[in-house]
Design a protein around this ligand. Structure first.
Ligand code: SF4
Length: 240
């Protein structure tokens, strides 16, 4: 965090955004009090502590490789996010042996997934976990997990009732469990197809995937725009 903060403050991201970290707060010259930074830092430390104290961290480290179905998507060798958490990857015996497919198809539509963690249990069921980091104490919207459940049923060929879905909020240390079902799969399929249809309805040319900018009017509520990350390009009058 400290390194990224320094990099952002230097402004290097303006000339080379691909390789340099940039914070919205620096881009928009926003005043952030020391107390706020401290609270954000505390949030991160608490999330890491919760994560490392959770059963999932323990599970991820001790699981036999053949039972590990996915860990942060497909790991593409050892050059991945886990390196920054656990530099010595030779201690990890459980990284999935083969990359997991990162998409599935619904009615010819490609749907991408990046599963945080999934593993097989002894009774043939699987657990599929999604890490969350928000501040809400509410149960997260199940759509994302249901889509992962759909993926597990289609790609890994697991019966729906053997797919256990868990959202684990590292910030709150809270865990929300549910079991997938045939009805859940049906609902998820409808949701995906409806969502795609809603987007396609906005196109002027569905075959060519073309839209007209004027079909997407700008938000009129300025108080909403005042916090939008795109305001510099969309409503520069708010920034000047
Ligand atoms: S500034 Fe953001 S919220 Fe407002 S119209 Fe533009 S994109 Fe939408």
């Amino acid at each position: 965090m400290q390194e990224q903060f320094k990099t952002s403050l230097s402004g290097d991201y303006k000339s080379d955004p691909k390789d340099n970290f940039g914070l919205l707060e620096h881009e928009y010259d926003e005043e952030i009090s020391d107390k706020t930074w401290q609270l954000l830092r505390d949030d991160v430390i608490r999330a890491i502590d919760n994560f490392r104290g959770s059963e999932f961290w323990k599970k991820a480290k001790t699981l036999p490789q053949e039972d590990c179905l996915a860990l942060e998507g497909d790991l593409k060798g050892s050059d991945n996010i886990w390196k920054s958490i656990s530099p010595d990857l030779t201690t990890w015996n459980n990284l999935p042996s083969a990359p997991a497919a990162d998409s599935f198809s619904v009615d010819g539509i490609k749907v991408w997934v990046k599963i945080d963690f999934a593993y097989r249990k002894q009774d043939g069921s699987i657990s599929l976990i999604d890490w969350k980091s928000g501040n809400s104490k509410e149960e997260p919207d199940p759509t994302q997990l249901n889509i992962y459940g759909y993926y597990a049923s289609e790609v890994w060929d697991i019966p729906e009732e053997k797919i256990n879905l868990t959202a684990y909020n590292v910030n709150q240390g809270e865990q929300y469990d549910r079991t997938f079902s045939e009805e859940g799969k049906q609902e998820t399929e409808e949701k995906i197809l409806n969502s795609v249809e809603n987007m396609k309805e906005m196109l002027v040319n569905r075959e060519e995937n073309e839209a007209e900018e004027e079909d997407f009017p700008k938000e009129e509520n300025y108080s909403f725009c005042r916090h939008c990350r795109y305001r510099q390009v969309c409503k520069p009058e708010l920034v000047e």
